[in-house]
Design a protein around this ligand. Structure first.
Ligand code: LLP
Length: 699
């Protein structure tokens, strides 16, 4: 039984009446069945089980994060064609070693991103692409895993727009070129020949086409093997056709698997890249009838979904079955065309079909729209993109919000200069996105300023960091271009002065840069105090390399109001005085800290003061910060100083966990012959919220 079915004339998705969801989320929206998604994946798995294949879900069919997470949890791999898809795939939990990357126009930046993330292989589509990959691999000192995409010149008998393996198509290379490329790969240390690839088209319903293509590939593989080249993976792409119309046949996977088994080269590992087959029939697009319009003999149902939501009928002349949410068998059929509100004659879903009489306000389900539905949607006619909902049994969730009008303007900037001489209100001037982030108790405003939209940095920092009249933050971080690094981090204090570096801020900058696609999980960024290495150690934790400590020494007689304090001095980027106490809770930090900080022993630059309590194998640390002249929630260089001194004096070994009022910090280091090296600080960098700066005042 389909997971979209009628119960007493009412359309359900699994166990939920679709009308109930529509009443809550409005229309139009895509509705996905969890069970259908999982069943489809299992069907592919089962049919090809003798091959134990790697099934790389093709994200272009539908990159929704929830759907991708479900598929990655079923241990699927991913087929991606852009940096954005790769980013989504990684975020959704697809393992890098199960990700393949195709596409005729990979950019240097995308290639580096993929290499840094150790994907399984690149499906290479041209000789020039190979040159670009070599460039990136040499730069990153990595070996690039390569598979050549063959264009076997086969007609898959599908729509000409989705035919991809025929001579004249832009995809893949001929056997002759491929042979040359494999020889090149074999001669270059930068490459590793991992596999061979084809993808001949989409919505293919005959097994014969695949066999023809595979037979051609097989002969070629034999030739490669004769030359002692042995790509291990055979990736036969996706393209498995589904049934869109009543009575139409889908591709028989069992039959395809059986036939392939007769010719499949021994000791090669099969990769499949299905997209449509996994998600196609797992969704319907729910839309409301806005108007019934009759002009002579022509009857139209104008619905609130349009070609911007589902472009397949307009682009390929595709037919998707449409059924009413409330089925009334008593209703007589009439000939209608079902069209959307967009100002294009191509904006229709069905033309002149027999359809049961539908009245204004009734809901319709456009079926089998899970693949290339939302993923090809747009904002054409300034229409907001619709919502997405997932149903599982008798539960449902909104998995993508409907866009609002603000979303239509996101990222748009109207430079004030462009309006000079015109009588236009200057409050329109811009719409710059910022993120509010937090790292162990320090909060920052982070902005991507690579286009240098913000020029008056100091002024804007002091404006935005104000707690009541601005956003409120300990600093403004601007991510800017860098010559020999992934990016530059510039950090400004609330008084507008520029700081050299800040550990908590740096972690926020690294996570921001990663999530924005500016840098990979591992990066090098420029600061006023030099280049800094960092990596994301999990989704929210960032590990930053710190400077190695200087001037470590014992200070055994610090006289404060007649009381003698003993502690250790060390410079971990800034000066710190560390003292151990049985309990760090009871000490009046502001008072004692200030006295130590201004003690003549530390003149003229003063010092920060860390009060440390050792609790089993971790430290409880409170820090008095110079400059702030008070206790702060945490201090990165203070955590490092406390951990290193504890290792030095009390023999704690790396990594040391430091508990501060602002959260947990882990300090990693190497200690040999009383010398510290490889000092890293690891802690969370959290996103509190994102927003837009509107108004001329700021930019
Ligand atoms: N692998 C590669 C390299 C691809 O280019 C594609 C799809 C697939 C796998 C997945 O193909 P599937 O299993 O989904 O057929 N927008 C069109 C379909 C375009 C397909 C592009 N490539 C449509 O709506 O019919």
């Amino acid at each position: 039984m389909s997971h979209f079915h009628y119960r007493q004339d009412e359309l359900f998705c699994e166990n939920i009446p679709i009308q109930n969801i529509a009443d809550k989320v409005g229309t139009p929206f895509y509705i996905y069945s969890y069970a259908a998604l999982v069943d489809n994946f299992r069907r592919v798995e089962k049919a090809f089980s003798p091959f134990n294949p790697l099934i790389c879900y093709s994200l272009k069919a539908n990159p929704n994060l929830t759907l991708c997470r479900i598929l990655s949890s079923l241990r699927a791999g991913a087929d991606v064609v852009s940096g954005g898809e790769l980013y989504t795939a990684l975020l959704a939990g697809f393992l890098p070693e199960k990700i393949v990357y195709a596409g005729v126009g990979k950019t240097q930046k995308e290639i580096e991103f993929a290499l840094k993330n150790n994907i399984l292989l690149f499906n290479v589509e041209s000789e020039q692409e190979l040159v670009e990959i070599a460039k990136a691999a040499e730069k990153l000192k990595r070996k690039a895993p390569i598979s050549i995409r063959i264009n076997p010149d086969i007609d898959p008998k599908t729509h000409h727009y989705i035919t991809t393996g025929k001579k004249g198509n832009k995809f893949g290379v001929s056997f002759e070129t491929a042979e040359r490329l494999y020889h090149k790969i074999a001669q270059t240390r930068t490459f590793e020949a991992k596999g061979i690839h084809m993808h001949i088209g989409s919505q293919i319903t005959s097994t014969e086409t695949y066999l023809k293509a595979l037979n051609k590939l097989k002969d070629f593989i034999r030739k490669l093997q004769d030359c002692k080249m042995k790509p291990g993976y055979l990736d036969m792409g996706g393209g498995f056709g589904i049934a869109y119309e009543e009575g139409e046949k889908e591709l028989c996977l069992e039959e395809l698997a059986r036939q392939i088994s007769l010719i499949f080269p021994e000791d090669m590992h099969l990769i499949l890249e299905p997209g449509r087959y996994i998600v196609g029939n797992a969704a319907a697009l729910i839309t409301k009838t806005l108007y019934r319009k009759e002009e002579g003999a022509n009857k139209f149902l104008i619905v609130d979904a349009a070609m911007n939501d589902l472009v397949r009928p307009a682009l390929y002349g595709a037919c998707h079955r449409i059924i009413p949410i409330q089925r009334l068998s008593s209703k007589a059929c009439e000939k209608v065309s079902i069209a959307g509100p967009i100002c294009e004659s191509a904006d229709f879903f069905l033309k002149n079909v027999d359809f049961p009489g539908v009245v204004k306000g009734e809901l319709l389900a456009i079926l089998d729209t899970g693949a290339y539905g939302f993923s090809m949607s747009s904002n054409y006619n300034s229409r907001t993109r619709c919502a997405e909902v997932l149903v599982k049994g008798d539960k449902w969730w909104l998995i993508r919000e409907r866009e609002d009008y603000q979303d239509l303007l996101r990222g748009q900037r109207v430079p004030r200069e462009s309006l000079w001489g015109m009588n236009i209100s200057s409050t329109l001037s811009c719409n710059v996105q910022f993120w509010k982030m937090e790292g162990t108790g320090n909060d920052f405003i982070v902005i991507d300023n690579r286009g240098e939209l913000i020029k008056e940095r100091a002024k804007i920092a002091s404006c935005l960091c104000q707690r009541k009249k601005g956003i409120g933050a300990d600093g403004l971080i601007l991510i800017e271009e860098a010559k020999d690094a992934d990016f530059t981090m510039r950090i400004f204090n609330p008084d507008g002065s520029e700081a050299e570096m800040c550990g908590n801020g740096a972690r926020c900058a690294v996570r921001f840069a990663y999530l924005k696609g500016i840098a990979g999980r591992e990066c090098i960024f420029q600061t006023l105090s030099g280049k800094i290495l960092a990596k994301l150690s999990d989704d929210v934790k960032v590990k930053v390399k710190m400077t190695s400590p200087q001037d470590l020494r014992e200070v055994d007689k610090l006289n404060i109001d007649g009381k003698i304090y003993k502690g250790y001095y060390v410079n971990t980027g800034v000066p710190h005085f560390v003292l151990f106490l049985p309990s760090s809770e009871s000490i009046p930090i502001r008072e004692v800290g200030a006295k130590i900080r201004f003690h003549e022993f530390f003149h003229p630059q003063g010092t920060n003061v860390d009060f440390v309590q050792i609790e089993k194998d971790r430290l409880l640390v409170r820090t008095y910060e110079r400059g702030v002249e008070d206790e702060t929630l945490s201090c990165g260089t203070g955590a490092v100083a406390s951990a290193l001194i504890s290792a030095f004096v009390h023999g704690l070994s790396s990594p040391v966990t430091v508990l501060t009022k602002g959260g947990e910090i882990v300090v990693w280091f190497k200690l040999s012959e009383d010398k510290f090296s490889e000092v890293f600080l690891e802690a969370e960098a959290n996103i509190v919220y994102r927003g837009n700066l509107n108004g001329a005042k700021y930019v």
